[in-house]
Ligand binder design. Structure first.
Ligand SMILES: *Cc1c(COP(=O)(O)O)cnc(C)c1O
Length: 474
């Protein structure tokens, strides 16, 4: 069902392909499935893909039979460079690092996108449909989306990035993919220009239907669903359901940490969810003051969190508004009009029951990377460092003062994705993992286009393979 209450409820397949609901809301499950203590206990020690299948199965329903889901997940996580898929590493007496960066593009987005790409393929094949994915990226999301879509017969992918404004590693992770269904468009403009063009393409109904446009952006419910799994896996490994576990999450669009909230709703004993913000701290200000108010975006060392409005936050609003979609729609309209959202003291307190938040500026981020290197020998990327520091600043709080509650800090990117910041903090330049070692010698393929909607649309039209049937609209 939609968080704004007026779009029709859809089944899993349509939610997957539709992304945003037609009333502008986000899809959430009608009821949260519940895991019993025995269900949680049974996850400990399972191979990651198998545990993930158990967590996702209640959401998928009969859209995929059991064997198909199991095979799909095994295949998705076989592309990861660590046998544990999401290994835990102990940092100090109670803090654990969950490394979510062993996927093909070295960031946690692979956990969801490797699954979503395969789900798209499966559902589209069964329906005899094709889609055209268009997306804008400032770096990380684009490469994860390309890795997820490449070589998939039913998908044509066009990813726009601002020319000269993504790092060399990020650009090469996109442009060295040679599959014919992947099109990298370097736009002579900014990330905002790219994003505006993608929005404009979706708003051009004739073009959208002609091309069968679809998106794999962070509001897609299936991405959240896939991310819930690692919260269960980490907690079960550290003693849940007998032991409560806290999580610290560097947060941008609120997708990753909302998956932790979903896990709690499903019965996982989550002690706290700690939001880490950089200087773009709209969420931290909300949890501190009870009011969400828009501010300017500033570039930081953690660019994947340089976000003004966290789109997935609407899913939490829906819960604290007791699932009243009309009230959420009204609050969001007011937010758009005034730049302020005030859900009221009682609802804010409800949100604060599970969430804490802390912010770090760039200097504090570098200091935390340096401290971690000094004290643990680990090289940590700026995003992950923000989560760890947020956890430390809250570790004495009332819910967390019990040292028997472990804190799991999510490491969302490999340090080699942000080598300049890591080197600045530690004097050590992190090495790109061996399996990506030839990234800098591979051939690149990219089309440079002016910041002009008509020319971009024309490019898409000319490069989409013919006879794309329009996806059914529910
Ligand atoms: C996307 C991203 C984040 C933010 O995650 P959200 O789900 O948007 O909150 C944090 N760190 C890294 C490295 C990312 O790529």
């Amino acid at each position: 069902m939609s968080t704004r209450g007026s779009a029709p409820a859809l089944g899993f397949e349509d939610v997957l392909l539709t992304g945003l609901a037609r009333d502008g809301g986000l899809y959430v499950p009608e009821v949260w499935p519940r895991f019993s203590p025995a269900d949680i206990r049974a996850l400990a020690g399972l191979p990651y893909a198998e545990a993930a299948a158990r967590v996702m199965r209640p959401f998928v329903g009969d859209a995929l039979d059991e064997g198909t889901l199991d095979t799909l997940l095994r295949d998705a996580y076989a592309s990861f460079g660590h046998a544990a898929v999401a290994p835990l590493k102990q940092l100090d007496s109670r803090t654990w690092l969950m490394e979510l960066f062993h996927g093909p593009t070295l960031a946690f987005k692979d956990f969801a996108l490797q699954v979503v790409g395969r789900l798209f393929d499966h559902v589209l094949t069964r329906r005899g449909q094709r889609v055209t994915i268009v997306g804008a990226t400032s770096g990380d999301t684009g490469s994860a989306a390309i890795e997820a879509c490449k070589g998939r017969d039913r998908i044509e992918a066009f990813i726009l990035h601002p020319q000269g404004r993504v790092s060399a590693v990020q650009r090469r992770q996109m442009t060295t993919v040679m599959d014919e269904n992947v099109h990298n468009l370097a736009i002579e403009g900014t990330f905002d220009d790219c994003q505006d063009m993608v929005k404009a393409m979706f708003n051009d109904t004739a073009f959208r239907d002609e091309m069968g446009l679809s998106a794999v952006n962070s509001i897609n419910w299936a991405r959240i669903m896939a991310q819930i799994a690692y919260y269960f896996v980490a907690a079960a490994a550290l003693g849940a359901p007998e032991r409560r576990v806290a999580f610290a999450v560097p947060t941008g669009n609120f997708g990753n940490i909302f998956a932790g909230y979903a896990a709690a709703k499903m019965g996982l004993p989550v002690a706290k969810l700690i939001v880490g913000s950089n200087r773009n701290d709209i969420l931290t200000r909300f949890f501190e003051t009870g009011v969400m108010s828009m501010a300017e975006v500033h570039p930081t060392y953690a660019p994947s969190m340089d976000i003004q409005v966290s789109s997935n936050f609407e899913r939490l609003l829906f819960e604290i508004f007791d699932r009243d979609g009309a009230a959420v729609a009204e609050a969001m309209a007011a937010f758009r009009a005034t730049g302020k959202l005030d859900p009221g003291r009682a609802r804010w307190r409800k949100a604060c029951a599970l969430f804490e938040a802390a912010r770090l500026d760039d200097a504090e981020t570098l200091a935390e990377i340096a401290r971690l290197h000094r004290e643990t020998g680990e090289l940590i990327d700026p995003h992950s460092a923000i989560g760890i520091a947020a956890a430390r600043s809250k570790a004495d709080g009332k819910e967390l003062s019990d040292p028997a509650v472990p804190i799991v800090a999510l490491a969302t990117a490999h340090p080699a994705k942000f080598p300049d910041a890591v080197e600045k903090a530690t004097g050590v330049r992190p090495a790109v993992p061996a399996r990506l070692g030839d990234l800098f010698s591979r051939e690149e393929r990219v089309s440079v286009l002016p910041n002009d909607l008509a020319q971009v649309q024309d490019f898409v039209r000319r490069h989409v393979r013919r006879n794309t049937p329009v996806p059914e609209r529910a």
